[in-house]
Ligand binder design. Structure first.
Ligand SMILES: [Zn+2]
Length: 265
């Protein structure tokens, strides 16, 4: 299995990261992709990668570079030249061979709509950098679907690839995203009763889906409410196999193949 979205470089794991990695290995996680959230993320990922390099063959840890939409406002307030600097930073760090994607970026209107324009500008810089580097983007979306898809559409010239991580849209929005060249990241929310995601995903093609945990958030049932970790990806895979009425093995094979293609693993 491939966990395409896990923030295991955060302090939440500083006490027991070795156990987290051991459990991921035991449950067959081959790759863990780590999305950036702020300007300090890549250093933390590098430290983690160094620590575990040579220790185990799997899981292999992969860094990304990006600024989470909820962190954009602090960046914009501190520096009038932030947009240029952001683009240059994404291009410079993103050109590293081991950086598998540009993200996470996107829009989040849940906490506040004050910084919407800055969030959109940041998203566009991430898209431009991803296209310049030929790497996929990782998109966060919360209560901002129409704007997100509109911006993707405006920039889609056949060279934009990526994932709508933690997909939570309607069937129409899911189909639209796939038409626009995006994959959909399926995580713990598919196991939540009444979330509606399972019913929607049942009607979306497996070839466009990839698995993720979004650790430490969005922990699947039966651990909902606790800290999430990559080994819990098996609960997501099992639920998806029930929803798609195929074997867990087929879910894992297909989604892992999708993730390998998308991120060049
Ligand atoms: Zn995330």
């Amino acid at each position: 299995m491939i966990d395409t979205h896990a923030h295991i470089f955060l302090e939440d794991y500083s006490d027991d990261i070795q156990l987290i990695i051991n459990r991921a290995q035991e449950c067959g996680i081959k790759h863990i992709l780590m999305p950036g959230i702020d300007t300090s993320s890549v250093d933390k990922m590098d430290a983690l990668i160094t620590r575990f390099s040579g220790q185990t063959q799997f899981p292999r840890l992969h860094p990304m570079v990006g600024i989470h939409p909820c962190d954009v406002l602090t960046l914009a307030e501190k520096d009038p030249l932030w947009l240029d600097r952001l683009y240059n930073m994404l291009l410079e760090v993103g050109s590293r061979k081991d950086i598998v994607a540009i993200g996470e970026t996107g829009l989040d209107y849940y906490w506040s709509t004050d910084g919407v324009d800055d969030q959109k500008r940041s998203l566009e810089q991430h898209i431009l950098a991803a296209k310049a580097l030929g790497k996929p983007i990782v998109l966060h979306n919360r209560e901002s679907t129409a704007d997100l898809l509109e911006i993707i559409e405006a920039h889609q010239d056949g060279n934009l690839r990526g994932v709508w991580h933690c997909f939570n849209g309607s069937l129409e929005e899911g189909k639209r995203a796939i038409e626009l060249g995006l994959h959909l990241g399926i995580g713990g929310v598919i196991t939540f009763k009444n979330a509606g995601v399972a019913e929607v995903v049942a009607n979306l093609p497996l070839r466009s889906l990839i698995l993720e945990t979004d650790s430490p958030y969005l922990t699947p049932t039966p651990f909902r409410g606790k800290r999430n970790e990559p080994s819990y990806l098996s609960y997501v895979a099992e639920k998806l196999s029930l929803v798609k009425e195929v074997s867990t093995e087929e879910v894992v094979d297909q989604t892992s193949g999708n993730a390998r293609m998308l991120f060049g693993l």
